[in-house]
Write a protein that binds this ligand. Structure first.
Ligand code: SAH
Length: 341
């Protein structure tokens, strides 16, 4: 519920308007899981709320902890659907990777979620419950996290195919009186749903944008990303060029390093040519394996060589360290597994 929806609920229940602010604060800023813990509310209101509403039906089914301290939360939704959120602690901040769909329709064949197919879109409640449950799992309800939180919408699903619920979630996330994650700290990753990139460009509250590129020619990208046949690279790059950026802001292009598929010197030069007129930075992601996926990661030597070609041409490029690989929590491994493989 938005602030306005909570206000309407309070009016409906015959409560004073200021109760709406208290309830909003309890749900979003303090992340209290149930009305009976909201001791600033009168007992009668707590009881009435407990009877007619639930804050969320999303439940933490299992938590897997990696040796790099990444935590994979396997979450069960009200209808039994399962999704995952990944909590990555770092020294000065935490990053929470959240899902936007149960499964994914895009069928990229180097990604486990693509192998699952789409079950359904997630609701705002389900999307936000991931952030709330991950913070509560780490720090407990009611507590202030010790440092800032980044949110990346890069888990299961294609966020731009669940546009309205995702954007409503982004607006609620960024409310400084609630969860308080500023828009600069939210990144949405898309495989390239071109019309929705233009819609996103018009939003007043906008996450940072990352594009899953991984191939610099249509020939290769059609093979890896079936969606590329609908929105080919010229159209995708044109949409990127039209995307409004802040002063020092750049678009992120994710490039998954697939051994002997997209990692030659020639591939690097194609990538430079493609991104020539875009304010871009490239994240090189070693491919994370799964038994079902027919690819291997490029060797680190090759990745370093690939990076140096990009950097020499003036294109910013970074090698990403995989997180949570040992518990099937890394990019492309999210498949709601009940064990690590
Ligand atoms: N549908 C969105 C978000 C989910 S994928 C998108 O495509 O961007 C999140 C990131 O994981 C993408 O950059 C994707 O290219 C990357 N990825 C997918 N499978 C991977 C794998 N097996 N190893 C490493 N990265 C992978």
């Amino acid at each position: 519920m938005t602030r306005e929806e909570i206000a309407a609920l309070m009016a409906d229940m015959g409560e004073k308007p200021y109760r709406a602010g208290q309830l909003y604060d309890a749900i979003y800023r303090r992340r209290l899981p149930a009305p009976d813990q909201m001791t600033e509310l009168p007992r009668s209101l707590r009881a009435a709320l407990g009877e007619r509403t639930l804050i969320t039906r999303t439940q933490v089914e299992q938590v897997f902890v990696s040796r790099d301290r990444t935590r994979r939360l396997l979450l069960r939704l009200a209808d039994g659907g399962e999704i995952e959120a990944v909590f990555m602690p770092e020294r000065h901040r935490d990053t929470i990777c959240i899902s936007s769909q149960v499964g994914c329709p895009l069928a990229c064949d180097f990604c486990m979620t693509g192998v699952l197919g789409l079950k359904r879109n997630m609701t705002v409640n389900e999307i936000l419950s991931q952030v709330v449950l991950a913070l509560n799992e780490a720090y407990g309800p009611g507590s202030e996290p010790p440092h800032g939180t980044n949110v990346v919408i890069m888990g299961m699903g294609e966020p731009l195919l669940n546009y309205d619920e995702v954007m409503k979630s982004v607006r609620l996330l960024t409310d400084s009186r609630g969860l308080g994650v500023t828009d600069r700290r939210i990144t949405l990753s898309t495989a390239g749903i071109v019309p929705r990139i233009y819609d996103l460009a018009k939003e007043s509250v906008r996450p940072r944008l990352a594009i899953s590129l991984t191939a610099a020619t249509d020939e290769l990208r059609n093979r890896l990303f079936p969606i590329n046949r609908k929105y080919p690279l010229v159209e995708l790059i044109e949409a990127c060029r039209a995307y409004p950026l802040g002063d020092r802001e750049r678009l992120t292009f994710e490039y998954v390093m697939l051994k002997e598929v997209n990692d030659s010197d020639r591939d690097a030069r194609e990538l430079i040519r493609l991104l020539n007129k875009v304010r871009a930075k490239v994240n090189l992601i070693p491919h994370n394996p799964a038994p079902e996926l027919p690819y291997a990661s490029s060797d680190m030597d090759r990745i370093i060589q690939f990076q140096s070609i990009l950097v020499r041409s003036g294109l910013a490029a970074f090698i990403r360290r995989p997180r949570g690989q040992d518990i099937s929590a890394a990019c492309g491994q999210l498949a709601a597994r009940h064990q690590a493989v």
